[in-house]
Write a protein that binds this ligand. Sequence first.
Ligand code: ITT
Length: 197
Amino acid sequence: MKLLLATGNRGKVREITEMLRDLPIEIVSLREFPHVTPPVESGKSFAANARIKAETYFRQTGLVTLAEDSGLRVDYLRGQPGIFSARFARDGATDAENVRKLLRLLRGVKTGKRTAHFMCAVAIVDGKNLWTAVGKCKGRIAARASGRSGFGYDPIFIPKGYRTTFARLGEEAKNKISHRARALRKARAILERLLTE
Ligand code: ITT
């Protein structure tokens, strides 16, 4: 089975490819479809945006498509940046700009009030059905950035039960407990069913 992993985010591609490594699936990326047009992510939830992406890319390629929408919800900021995590500082912002903005907004906020969680919604479309699965990872925002692994807000996110950031824990540890890992564990059952059909 061929599966289109419909994301332009290299960090997501790396993690999802690793998580699905043991399945007999040929994963193809958007790089092999340079002419597809990305959708406007106009949904009001992670699940809605994941669905929009999966449906748009399925329509243009005809391949079973897996897309995901994810982001960070910070309690002190009433859930911001949420679905706008990728473009928090500005449209086309770099990870470093987004991290800087978040740290600035939390300057002086005490450890106990820096709670946050990552969310990930995965959508799979095969032309007949659409499935979604979500995963959540609780934690808090560090006082300063630390670590080089991962992407996005990883240098400032400390998962619950740990003392250091995702970026310092490294990909193997992150891939066991992350929001993406949790959503993918559920999505895996769907892919296994598709494989037997
Ligand atoms: P695609 O839409 O092409 O998949 P994107 O990066 O624009 O790529 P999103 O709209 O889902 O994807 O935005 C997700 C953003 O949330 C991402 O750019 C990061 O800033 C943040 N994010 C999501 N998962 C993360 C993770 O595991 N670690 C750190 N930051 C993460």
